[in-house]
Design a protein. Structure first.
Length: 377
């Protein structure tokens, strides 16, 4: 009964660290489901806040939005790439800390089980020593009982008839020898039974303990492998997402750059045409003397107005493309805006000084007073 109580208590104590280990594993699994938040790059405000804080786009008649500086854009991209690499190194450190904690917890469980087994073994050793001591005391008491009976028989023989002395002594010697042999056989048999029973129980307990230790070790190893495979799988998926978003970003960026380059070439061509026509108009104004020359000058002024409208349209398109935001894409599942509102500050357009004395975005030069009414459109 004492051994059964000790075994039940050992099973109860063994279940306690296992419960704590399972709760710790569950907690770590919950933490893995939600990766720790990483610092974002200028994303403290939402996209709506950035749009609200950005200045309203200027009308077509106002000065156009400045052309974006290519060197500044590349520098911004390099800085964000460095920031992303820093975040990935931080995440690797955090996952390594979790793996170290898991290994430490597993080592603590193994040490606890070893110490528990040593305590049980010491308890069984003490129990065996106590039983040996009890057996020795029992043998001593039986020996004393036999000796007392022998002394009583000897007294009886000394006080009895002398004719039966030898007969009684012979019976006494035979009985003493027989009782001694029976006693020794009984003690040896009892000792063998006790030792065999204790050895069998100890062997069963040790086998059960080793089986549980192996089960716990297999479970911890499987959980660690599952967490590691999940981590590697998530890292691969994130790498594929980053690669896909980067390719998409490069394609859109290349399209914007080609469109702006085409519009700039068209603007330069129209600017040269406008300069030539403007110079021709000035020459005609200086030389105009008759109605035919004035009509030619009026026709030239109409062409200048149409060219000016085309220049304004192209300039508006360039301003529109420069004000567009490149598509936002995920860096480690956090939205990063490539063009924030801080980059939309207006600067003096490089087209403002293309034509001497004329700024793009303002009204064209007025017509001559004599021809003003005929140019209603």
């Amino acid at each position: 009964e004492t051994l059964a109580r000790q075994l039940k208590q050992a099973q109860t104590d063994e279940a306690k660290p296992r419960t704590r280990a399972i709760s710790l594993d569950a907690q770590m699994a919950e933490e893995d489901l939600e990766p720790p938040p990483l610092p974002t790059m200028s994303t403290s405000k939402s996209k709506v806040d950035r749009k609200a804080a950005a200045p309203a786009p200027a009308p077509v008649a106002a000065a156009p939005v400045a052309v974006q500086d290519g060197a500044g854009f590349d520098q911004k991209m390099r800085e964000r790439e460095l920031e992303f690499q820093k975040q990935m190194r931080q995440r690797d450190k955090e996952y390594q800390k979790k793996i170290d904690l898991l290994l430490q917890e597993q080592a603590k469980k193994s040490d606890y089980n070893d110490k528990r087994f040593e305590v049980l073994k010491q308890g069984f050793d003490k129990k065996e020593a106590s039983m040996q001591q009890g057996l020795a005391e029992e043998m001593h008491e039986m020996r004393q009982g036999y000796e007392r009976r022998i002394e009583a028989l000897e007294k009886q023989l000394r006080s009895g008839e002398s004719g039966r002395l030898k007969e009684i002594r012979g019976e006494y010697d035979h009985m003493r020898h027989t009782m001694q042999e029976d006693f020794e056989r009984a003690m040896k048999s009892r000792e063998r039974e006790i030792r065999a029973d204790e050895a069998r129980k100890l062997q069963q307990l040790q086998e059960k303990y080793e089986e549980k230790v192996q089960q716990i070790a297999k479970r911890l190893k499987a959980e660690a492998q599952e967490k590691e495979s999940g981590f590697q799988r998530r890292m691969g998926e994130e790498a594929k997402l980053r690669e896909h978003d980067q390719k998409k970003f490069e394609v859109v960026k290349h399209g914007y750059e080609e469109q702006i380059e085409k519009l700039e070439k068209k603007y330069e061509s129209l600017s040269k045409t406008f300069k030539a026509l403007k110079n021709h108009e000035l020459d005609l104004q200086n030389k105009a003397t008759d109605k035919k020359e004035k009509a030619e000058m009026q026709k030239l002024h109409t062409i200048l107005s149409l060219t000016w409208n085309m220049l304004s349209t192209v300039d508006s398109e360039i301003a529109h493309f420069e004000s567009l935001e490149l598509p936002s894409f995920d860096w480690d599942r956090h939205v990063v805006s490539i063009h924030g509102h801080e980059q939309q500050q207006k600067k003096k357009s490089k087209y403002d000084e293309v034509l001497p004395g004329i700024a793009i975005g303002h009204d064209p030069p007025p017509l001559l007073p004599s021809n003003h009414a005929s140019n209603g459109r």
